[in-house]
Design a protein around this ligand. Structure first.
Ligand code: INI
Length: 161
């Protein structure tokens, strides 16, 4: 059988040294957001990020995330931006608008800016489901979102300008 040559792969690593990341977090369901922030900060320092290189901004709700994230991404100061929000279906009859527009807007922010904008918005049916995803364990979605931010930022750093 013909030998297939190994492909040269380029992949981001979980190395936050020298990176600058911004988190933009909604204030709705703040008890959940606080756990996501703790998970993200723990992941940031676990991967070697400096405390002074992580900025945290707050906005009213998930609907405000895209415009604020886009501003941070377009500033040229950050390698990645992480958006945190929590939209609970039972809390709002306009769940689909808030959650859907947050997702669509964040995708647009990253495509327009070329900076990875990570979707750390919990869209759940109940408070219990939100608590599960924000639990202080390996399941914490805040830590997961920060891992994705670091991997993407490191990938783009390797690709170069
Ligand atoms: N914003 C959230 O982040 N989560 C919610 O669950 C929520 N609910 O339930 O309505 C919510 N609404 C506010 C929205 O994000 C905007 O701040 C508001 O509509 C003003 O633009």
């Amino acid at each position: 059988m013909t030998e297939v040559p190994a492909l040269a792969q380029i992949e981001g690593r979980l190395d936050a040294r020298g990176l600058k990341v911004a988190i933009v977090a909604g204030r709705w369901n703040d008890f959940i957001i606080a756990s996501l922030l703790r998970g993200a900060q723990a992941a940031w320092s676990r991967h070697g990020g400096a405390a002074g290189d992580l900025a945290v901004a707050r906005v009213p709700g998930a609907f405000e995330l895209p415009v604020a994230v886009k501003r941070f991404a377009a500033s040229g100061r950050y390698h990645a931006v992480v958006a945190f929000g929590c939209v609970i279906r039972g809390d709002t009859p306009h769940f689909d608008y808030v959650a859907g527009e947050a997702a669509a807007g964040l995708m647009r922010a990253q495509l327009d800016s070329g900076v990875p904008c990570i979707f750390g918005v919990l869209t759940v049916d109940t408070v219990e489901q939100a608590l599960e995803r924000a639990a202080t364990s390996r399941m914490n979605k805040g830590g997961e979102a920060m891992d994705v931010a670091i991997e993407m930022a490191d990938l783009f750093r390797r690709v170069g300008a």
